[in-house]
Write a protein that binds this ligand. Sequence first.
Ligand code: ATP
Ligand code: MG
Length: 352
Amino acid sequence: MKKTTLSVIPGDGIGKEIVPATLKILDTLAEIDGGIQFEYNQYPWSCEYYLEHGVMMPDDGMTKLQQSDAIYLGAVGNPKLVPDHISLWGLLIKIRRECEQVINIRPAQYIKGVKSPLAEPNDFNFLVVRENSEGEYSEVGGRIHSGSDEIAIQNAVFTRNATERTMRYAFELANKRNGQLTSATKSNGIVHSMPFWDQVFQELAGEYPDIKTQSNHIDALAAFLVSKPDQFDVIVASNLFGDILTDLGAAVMGSIGIAPAANINLNGKYPSMFEPVHGSAPDIIGQGIANPIGQLWTAKMMLDHLGLEELGGLLFRAIKETIAEGIKTKDLGGTSTMNEVINHIHAKIKSY
Ligand code: ATP
Ligand code: MG
């Protein structure tokens, strides 16, 4: 029996409602597999924890996380209790940095039964690979002069190392999927970093002759993801461009409540972290109506990442069938509660 250790951080708000309720699904999947067992280390780190202890996580917390196989996270933040810069930097961003999760991936897929805002959503299924450690969100820059002469300078930093590893991950992913990769660029307007980005993309394309590649300027690409999203498979983007495209992806899917994300560690030293796109949703806490699909789809990404693709596939099949049968929470236009959705998915998996 192979033991897989999962660090479980429900966090704040609806994260605390959804995450613990989904663990029985992971247990049932492990039973189906027969060869693995999940061991959960649950940590109460959250804004409430901060109010009690003055820190978002204890000193030895990071070491504990770093010893696990993956981190399964709900949502962090409750601006009414703790300012966002404290809760995010004290937990979420701290984990991303110290576990060297340098890439963020987010799939966007048309799900039958979820109303997309697109008139003709067709059957889109694309995935954005976002560089998550540098680029436009660098801290290089500052302000000079003052008064009417004041100038703010923000330097984007693109290292060959980070650019190449992000793209290589995207090429490998495209290899496993439909063999098509789009690069988000803007080399017609940004004259140093983006031509470099294009050059590295071209070089790697030479190493992957079977992958069909194209480059689109970010403005056009954003429009294409609305007008013809079904034409895209894997998209690789810098930190800023990826940030924008991933929110767009969640929007065209139809609900923030179903969108999953993963923060990937590439060097194998530390675990990757799996968290839904949505936040703690303070406006619906305690009503039992939180949509658990984003969290469960996140669990599917975690299973895939751990090499348990068969289990990930079963979970995703149950998610899609449940939505198609109309077992949906209020945000998707349904009347089911969070527990009803989770129980339905659980029962389905048991019946496979
Ligand atoms: P954060 O700063 O943590 O991202 P936020 O307020 O920006 O939080 P969310 O917490 O994601 O964003 O909430 C945005 C809106 O979407 C809210 O109205 C919330 O109720 C709704 N929402 C988010 N997640 C879900 C969910 N899983 N089920 C139902 N509604 C949701
Ligand atoms: Mg938000």
